[in-house]
Design a protein around this ligand. Sequence first.
Ligand SMILES: NC(=O)C1=CN([C@@H]2O[C@H](COP(=O)(O)OP(=O)(O)OC[C@H]3O[C@@H](n4cnc5c(N)ncnc54)[C@H](OP(=O)(O)O)[C@@H]3O)[C@@H](O)[C@H]2O)C=CC1
Ligand SMILES: O=C(O)C1=N[C@H](C(=O)O)C[C@H](O)C1
Length: 285
Amino acid sequence: MSVADDGESASVSVAVTGATGEMGRAVVDAAADRADASVAFAVNRDPEEGASVEGVPVDPAREFDRLLAEREPDVLVDFTGPASSQNYVAVATEAGVASVVGTTGFDESGEEALRECSRYAPVLKASNFGRGVHALRSAVEAAVADLPGYDVEVTETHHNRKRDAPSGTANAILETIEDARAAGSEESGERVHGREGEAPREAGEIGVHARRAGTITGEHEVLLAGNHEELRLTHRAEDRGVFAEGALDAAVWLAGREPGWYDFADVIDGADGETNSSSERGDDR
Ligand SMILES: NC(=O)C1=CN([C@@H]2O[C@H](COP(=O)(O)OP(=O)(O)OC[C@H]3O[C@@H](n4cnc5c(N)ncnc54)[C@H](OP(=O)(O)O)[C@@H]3O)[C@@H](O)[C@H]2O)C=CC1
Ligand SMILES: O=C(O)C1=N[C@H](C(=O)O)C[C@H](O)C1
């Protein structure tokens, strides 16, 4: 962390991986307009010679260890893929650098590998850095508690390049629904992914639908229906800058914390330095 003349913390420096991807670009772009965060360096798997984003050179990923040692960033910000994310976080942890992970689509062993790193350095992982999604999950929690027995269907819609389904955010919302039902002693049935053929709805099941089309940034809808009425709670991201700003807020919050496992809820709710404090809302793959 660089220090201003008056002794106040001035700017958290971040290493950006996947820098020529959609989110990597958005993070570099957002950092350029902030006083509290700056880019220490940016890498991508195999950038073209002389590649840059917003004037920041993009180095090849094979230089990652060297750049960590030379530039000493405070925090890694990673939006790549599950396999590369695990590698980047492991190397950053080894160097004593905190990690903010926005990548989604981890399986259980990938998630476990990240959690193992969080024993040695701070790791903050969130499937969605939109503040509105945090509010959506709170609203879903309240609605499920107030409407026991209502049918619930979750639908997410994303651009046609997205690899994982359902989205990490949809999985987090599903956890929220199941936790809220459990808290109210309501039984949750299976998650049913799409429907085909003879497939009548069972009581308690949660329908899950993933749509992929065009350049849609990201939309999540939770439909609750029963008692001849319906409630639809929807979040729509209009621009990836929303996620990038949230990830940088998380990086600024995470810098200098104790090793531990953190969530974006900790940033928004202002948890102060607890280790392994998050996860009250369950898994956030
Ligand atoms: N938490 C949140 O708020 C958000 C999370 N996401 C998640 O972030 C991730 C990235 O999304 P997005 O930016 O749209 O995707 P892109 O495909 O646009 O970018 C991914 C980047 O990661 C790199 N990458 C992928 N796999 C590897 C690998 N095995 N080794 C090295 N580099 C790799 C790609 O390199 P190359 O160009 O060589 O393929 C690319 O630069 C996804 O998991 C997505 O779900 C997205 C938006 C918001
Ligand atoms: O891949 C994306 O684009 C997004 N992925 C995240 C997810 O899987 O939930 C968040 C956001 O919806 C955009």
